[in-house]
Design a protein around this ligand. Structure first.
Ligand SMILES: Cc1ncc(COP(=O)(O)O)c(C=O)c1O
Length: 407
């Protein structure tokens, strides 16, 4: 019995299972929520204890611990990823997307373009477009069943379009690639040549499986003048609603500019719950994380075997990192509406629809697997049963509700 086998059913208001959210996005509430990238697991004990200490103290006067947070982040990255980060090059922000929003504003003006590598985490589109910038898509290519970057397309677009930054997602959500040193070097060389900055979202950097190795963009030798890294302990330690983000900017001039911008909005103060939880996570959470990774990898292998043996029509892009799996349903040859109907109304699953990550990916869905293995097994059994049964005889393509799986 693992600590991750327990399903916690205490009353709560988490977005993942909130009936109003489920209803508005999937058109149903009696469905297993495996969509948003939150874990169903309790956090590591040392984080709980750090938070309890603050709650027990019962006083919340102004208190800043930013220096200790940056040291903890640096030490963690050195221990975990053999990455030397200068604690003086950090800037505190209130979350990863906030960090991206600020960087975009520093690096570009309204009407300029920002490149993303699609399919990709859908909130990037919102952050770019709501800042009045244009999204340029560099589509990832599938070669031999594995997603790869299309560097020719990157270069063509950097040459011809008014692109000021590239948002890199490493490990990549939703397709689960952990980018290799060679891939990162090529991207850095292009960024240097065309004078654009790579904004590297590394929020998933610690969720990497045994056959892969995470490399930060900051580990690439000649990258210093054209990168900004954004990280957070949120995904690694299941602290989504109590964590901040941090920017790491090795070029000091650019760092000062960004710092001033962050300070002008008073976004750099953090809060003590988040700060002390972060310190506890990075100083004392490693054993818990190792156990989590072992558990997730076991789950992943179970899914891989199950699909190969029981449901070969569904193709799994086995992730190298992240606790999301990217599933291709196109072999079922169902219309987009029929597929959604089958998954939501027959299999009773709330998976993130592929078209959130780029229009056109309507035959893909992303499943979050950070739940007890028994839950994941149940989900795949429900999926198999629905697929074996086939689409409901009563399903009507024309009258089918289109309110399901909307962004
Ligand atoms: C790639 C990526 N970046 C950023 C976020 C959100 O980060 P934050 O809540 O700190 O803004 C997520 C959440 O799923 C994510 O997957």
């Amino acid at each position: 019995m693992s600590q991750f086998d327990t399903m916690h059913t205490t009353e709560n208001n988490f977005a993942k299972e909130n009936p109003n959210y489920l209803k508005s996005m999937f058109g149903a509430t009696d469905i297993m929520p495996l969509w948003i990238a939150d874990m169903d697991f309790e956090i590591a004990k040392p984080i709980q204890e750090a938070l309890q200490k603050l709650v027990t103290r019962n006083m919340y006067a102004y208190e800043f611990n930013t220096g200790d947070v940056f040291n903890a982040i640096s030490d963690w990255n050195f221990k975990r990823h053999q990455l030397e980060l200068n604690p003086k090059s950090f800037v505190q922000v209130s979350g990863v997307l906030t960090g991206i929003g600020i960087l975009i504003r520093e690096l570009s003006k309204k009407g300029d373009s920002i490149m993303v590598q699609t399919p990709v985490y859908h909130q990037f589109f919102k952050v770019i477009e709501s800042a009045g910038r244009k999204v340029v898509s560099n589509k990832l290519k599938v070669i031999d069943g594995r997603y790869q970057m299309d560097f020719e397309d990157v270069e063509r677009k950097l040459k011809t379009l008014n692109i000021k930054a590239i948002i890199l997602c490493n490990p990549h959500n939703p397709i689960g690639r952990v980018w290799s040193i060679e891939e990162l070097k090529k991207l850095v060389n292009l960024a240097n040549e065309y004078n654009v900055t790579i904004i590297s979202d590394e929020i998933h950097s610690d969720i990497v499986y045994s056959k892969s190795q995470f490399n930060s963009i900051a580990s690439i030798g000649n990258s210093n003048n054209h990168i900004a890294v954004i990280g957070s302990p949120a995904k690694t330690f299941g602290m989504q609603s109590i964590s901040n983000g941090y920017l790491y900017i090795p070029n000091d001039n650019f760092k000062q500019l960004v710092k001033r911008s962050v300070e002008s909005l008073y976004l750099d103060h953090g809060n003590i719950l988040s700060a002390n939880a972060t310190i506890a996570a990075y100083k004392e959470g490693e054993e818990w994380l190792n156990d989590l990774l072992t558990y997730l990898e076991k789950t992943m292998n179970w899914i891989d075997n199950f699909l190969q043996e029981e449901l070969p029509e569904v193709i799994l892009y086995k992730p190298e990192g992240t606790y999301q799996v990217w599933l291709d349903f196109s072999k079922l040859k169902l219309s987009d509406r029929a597929l959604k109907h089958l998954v939501v109304n027959q299999a009773k699953l709330a998976l993130t629809p592929g078209d959130w990550f780029e229009g056109g990916h309507t035959q893909f869905m992303r499943m979050n697997i950070a739940s007890p293995l028994s839950t994941i097994k149940q989900a795949f059994q429900q999926l198999k049963k629905a697929i074996d049964t086939g689409i409901d005889a009563s399903f009507n393509e024309v009258t089918a509700a289109d309110n399901c799986c909307s962004c």
